[in-house]
Design a protein around this ligand. Structure first.
Ligand code: 5GP
Length: 236
């Protein structure tokens, strides 16, 4: 399958059309951004690591009954995907308080939450991805109805219930992550985007070391080594 026209460029990926109207090619970029694009860098090989990590996770989720846009990995930096209309809601799943949750609500960093929290952010860079409640989602017509919001929450919890023990077995604590969903050609809501250390937080179970994009956000260095370690643990 060949790349045709560039149809979308985001902060971490480019999307290309193909000769098949129902398939697109995602190219994983080495660009790193944080704080809504205010902090920028480039890490050679980061895109390939995220492509490989996402490929393994989408395959594992498919085996566990979670449908995604993933079709196949084409090469180091390219993934063939089903074309979907992205729902402009970032579905955030949190097992442990950190990041914006600790900052906004004063919940101590590292506190294990009494239950898994699912939140919605508006996928809108111009507005800085603000927090949404259900009524905001309906007023903005981001989904058709309340039942679809419940479906997004249920799918996100299902992904968490698979990923959390999977990573625990590999010595990683799945702290939180962001998912995106889209509608396929039949209107069915499926998982989309990527699942990688760019949009998940992983803490080493033994040392507590951060193994994700917080290394970049917090200027800790060693980002690529951490992403490689996540991939190696996934590959076992
Ligand atoms: P927080 O709201 O604490 O910044 O992020 C919560 C989780 O969602 C983290 O795992 C973070 O990586 C992910 N996340 C939230 N918003 C975004 C976003 O706009 N882009 C990416 N790549 N990840 C996000």
């Amino acid at each position: 399958m060949e790349k045709r026209d560039l149809i979308y460029e985001g902060k971490a990926k480019r999307l290309f059309s193909t000769d098949d109207a129902n398939l697109v090619i995602a190219e994983f970029k080495d660009d790193l951004t944080a704080f809504n694009g205010a902090k920028k860098d480039n890490e050679s090989g980061k895109g390939a690591l995220n492509n490989k990590i996402s490929t393994e996770l989408f395959k594992m989720l498919a085996k566990n009954g979670v449908e995604s846009h993933f079709v196949e990995m084409l090469d180091d930096t390219h993934m063939l995907c089903k074309k979907v209309d992205i729902i402009l809601i970032e579905v955030i799943v949190r097992n442990i308080a950190t990041g914006s949750l600790s900052k906004n609500l004063g919940i101590p960093d590292g506190k294990v939450l009494p239950f898994t929290l699912v939140e919605f952010d508006y996928k809108n860079d111009a507005l800085g991805d603000p927090k949404l409640n259900d009524q905001h989602c309906l007023i903005l017509e981001l989904v058709k109805n309340e039942a679809e919001l419940d479906q997004l929450r249920a799918m996100a919890r299902e992904v968490n219930s698979i990923l959390r023990p999977y990573f625990h077995d590999k010595g990683l604590n799945l702290v939180d992550f962001k998912l995106e969903f889209g509608r396929d050609k039949d209107g069915k809501i499926i998982l989309a985007d990527e699942i990688s250390p760019d949009n998940c937080r992983f803490w080493d179970l033994e040392t507590g070391e951060k193994m994700d994009k917080d290394r970049f956000r917090q200027g800790l260095g060693g980002l690529k080594v951490a992403y490689e370690e996540v991939l190696n643990r996934i590959l076992g």
